[in-house]
Ligand binder design. Structure first.
Ligand code: BTN
Length: 291
């Protein structure tokens, strides 16, 4: 079996169907192009995160990637469903084994932001769009609309710790491809640019920016990273509320990956996780969480 052949998960996934090629190339060729140790390709899976999690627990190397054309149970943060019609999105998960650097705080909460920055920069290069990063896990296009989402799951901390980074990028969807509830907030590279952007090009541009993160220390965001994230921050200056935890004006992202919020009394608070609602100037909810 070659390094990149798909595995059949040990438990029963009637939805799992392997594929021989993706965008005209064999999985071994994709792993060579991307510089990854192993790439598994599926026509259908439940969720690429679940397939990769099983590989991770069996000891797969950092950089192992799972790509699927279709997910029957794709999910987003907070248990929400992730919708993508077959062949129109780039749906993949990549395995990170973050290191704990001596003398440095271990901050896995920085991973979705580092990955979000890699995705944002990769989309800018591949499609020529301007992007925004919406804490904690969304990539938007500057003109508005969510174009990508990131779902990090795993067991970090120990020597065998891992993080499965699931990434969904809307490449070729049209409005009719989303349910009514998501349509106003979602976009694709095709809708945003008016051009068909090859999925292979998107994968290569995003993939090469993920390489340095595969075994990197999960330490504080560096000044250069904070600056790149701040330039794309979709929330800064906006009135927001988070799950009853805090309400105020977003004032940036801190080096530990938390969202900084200036509350009404001008006191600054930091939130490590949650769903952001952007409020209208009146303080009423304007938009809800990610599609
Ligand atoms: C979000 O926006 O809440 C995160 C969405 C993450 C979707 C991707 S698609 C590939 C991977 N597999 C999943 O089931 N989810 C992630």
């Amino acid at each position: 079996m070659s390094a990149s052949q798909p595995v059949t998960p040990s438990h029963d996934w009637p939805t799992t169907v392997a594929a021989e090629s993706w965008e005209g190339a064999h999985p071994d060729e994709w792993s060579r192009r991307l510089g990854l140790p192993r790439l598994c390709l599926y026509q259908r899976v439940g969720s690429t995160n679940d397939v990769l999690r099983e590989l991770a627990e069996a000891g797969a190397a950092a950089g192992t990637m799972v790509i699927a054309e279709f997910q029957s149970a794709g999910r987003g943060r907070g248990g929400s469903a992730w919708h993508a019609p077959e062949g129109k999105a780039l749906l993949f998960s990549v395995l990170l084994r973050p290191r704990q650097a001596a003398g440095q705080e271990f901050l896995p909460g920085t991973a979705p932001l580092r990955i979000g920055l890699a995705v944002a920069q990769g989309l800018e290069q591949a499609a020529g769009v301007s992007t925004r990063i919406k804490w904690p896990n969304d990539v938007l296009v500057e003109a508005g609309g969510k174009v990508a989402g990131i779902l990090c799951e795993g067991a970090v901390g120990g020597p065998d710790g891992y993080l499965v980074a699931g990434i969904g990028i809307n490449v070729a969807q049209q409005p009719a491809d989303w349910p009514d509830s998501l349509r106003p907030r979602a976009t694709s590279l095709w809708l945003a640019t008016g051009q068909r952007v090859p999925r292979g090009r998107v994968l290569q541009e995003v993939g090469r920016r993920l390489l340095p993160l595969l075994t990197a220390a999960a330490g504080p965001l560096e000044p250069r990273e904070l600056e790149e994230i701040a330039r794309r921050d979709a929330l800064v200056g906006r009135p927001i509320a988070i799950d009853g935890l805090a309400r105020g004006r977003a004032c940036g992202i801190a080096e530990d990956g938390t969202l900084r919020i200036r509350e009404v009394q001008e006191r600054e608070t930091r939130v490590a996780a949650g769903t952001v609602r952007v409020l209208a100037a009146s303080g009423a909810p304007q938009t809800s969480t990610s599609p």
